[in-house]
Design a protein around this ligand. Structure first.
Ligand SMILES: [Mn+2]
Length: 421
């Protein structure tokens, strides 16, 4: 629903144990990106073989928090934080506070989805925006440790600064597949868990912090966690037993009216306009609905996944891809942002996006996905920078629009795909 995680999450396959079994029928995805599948294979095996029960993890985290008593820590969340990240970071902050650890929750991008803005405002969620241009002036030396929640440092522009300041990663809590080599003193990565909020709720339930319904911060945080785990489980429709158990626990503390207020937040006019453009421009082919929406403001970035959410509801459409050029006037930056939504169980958004757009010259994929959703970001590079000349802007859009359609076309019309010939 909210921001996309631009990271590979192959839980459906992993859940089925398919990726662990090299003889099984993941053939197509393995053909399409053999190298990547191989890496993920190795990683998931590694994640599984660690015999870390949730209880053992709680005990270990308790020790780590004790060791860092009265430290100051920086909790880093993804650039476009979603409710799962925001609420989980907050829960960690409250837990750490019990150990005399003072935490700041920061993100380098922006809060875009109207529900996320409402969540932060209505619950007084203490996340701070550190804009990219302000990062050079920030005093990172205040922090003795960095905490990554609902990400592994690959979806935040803060990471290079954390590294440069030599701040160790003390805690890493995430439910995306392992993203590569990242060293953390404590790490709890559970690719089979639907929401990071579920993991944090389990920590709370295990007693790392006793929630009290007379403390409004606790009530607000429980409400945020409920929202986080609902939004990462498609309103609980994809929730598993552990998510329901976590939700059951939160139900003792959360404020249902407050959650309702967050969910009722209306779409802005500009978001409606982007949805309208996506409807007008969509091309439906082989059950794929593809729409380029042209230029939009950085603050409206989240209109793209919302448009994709909407397009995928059309009959005979199983997959929608919406993209546009997002421009940030403050930083004179432009980037192509795209979202994919699918209801087709056999379509893996992660594989699809990686196959469609490939990698940049540093070997990094332009995007990825999880379960039913994916996203991508393609830098505009030298052609970037907003231009007042309408004709030039139009030309630039047309070039990118056509290039993206061409790349998607190879997969949408497999006949044109040389891999299948
Ligand atoms: Mn999440």
């Amino acid at each position: 629903m909210a921001s996309d995680a631009l990271i590979p999450l192959k839980d459906s396959l992993e859940r089925a144990g398919l990726l662990l079994d090299s003889t099984s029928a993941t053939t197509q995805s393995q053909e399409l990106s053999a190298k990547h599948s191989h890496t993920t294979n190795g990683n998931s095996r590694e994640v599984r073989s660690r015999s870390d029960s949730p209880d053992a993890k709680v005990a270990e985290l308790r020790q780590v928090l004790h060791r860092h008593r009265s430290d100051r820590q920086l909790i880093v969340i993804q650039d476009f934080p979603d409710p799962d990240a925001l609420s989980s970071a907050w829960a960690y902050q409250l837990i750490a506070h019990e150990f005399g650890i003072q935490c700041d929750i920061v993100y380098a991008g922006t809060l875009s989805h109207q529900e996320n803005i409402a969540l932060v405002k209505l619950t007084n969620l203490p996340a701070k925006r550190w804009s990219v241009q302000s990062l050079k002036e920030r005093d990172f030396s205040l922090y003795q440790g960095c905490v990554l929640v609902d990400n592994q440092g690959t979806t935040t522009q803060l990471m290079p600064f954390v590294k440069q300041a030599n701040i160790p990663i003390v805690v890493l809590i995430d439910h995306h597949s392992l993203q590569g080599e990242i060293e953390a003193e404590f790490s709890d990565i559970r690719p089979h868990t639907r929401a990071t909020a579920t993991i944090l709720t389990q920590y709370l339930q295990a007693g790392l912090l006793e929630l009290d319904s007379n403390i409004s911060t606790h009530v607000h945080c429980a409400t945020a966690l409920m929202h986080g785990l609902r939004s990462d489980t498609d309103r609980l429709m994809r929730a598993t037993e552990e998510d329901f158990l976590a939700a059951a626990y939160l139900s003792r503390f959360y404020d249902s009216q407050l959650l309702n207020a967050v969910l009722q937040t209306a779409r802005s006019r500009r978001v409606m306009d982007v949805i309208e453009r996506s409807l007008k421009n969509r091309i439906v082919q082989n059950n794929f609905s593809i729409a380029g929406v042209g230029y939009l403001r950085y603050d409206d970035r989240d209109a793209i996944p919302q448009a994709a959410d909407f397009l995928v509801t059309e009959e005979n459409v199983h997959t929608a891809v919406v993209y546009g050029i997002v421009h940030d006037e403050d930083e004179n930056l432009e980037v192509i942002i795209g979202s994919l939504r699918t209801s087709k169980l056999t379509l893996d958004p992660d594989e699809f996006i990686k196959e469609a757009f490939g990698q940049d010259n540093q070997g990094r994929f332009f995007g990825g996905g999880r379960m039913t959703a994916g996203g991508f970001e393609i830098p505009v590079g030298f052609l970037g920078g907003f231009n007042d000349n309408a004709e030039y802007a139009k030309l630039k859009w047309e070039v990118f629009d056509r290039q993206i359609k061409q790349k998607l076309g190879r997969l949408v019309n497999p006949r044109d795909n040389p891999i299948h010939n």
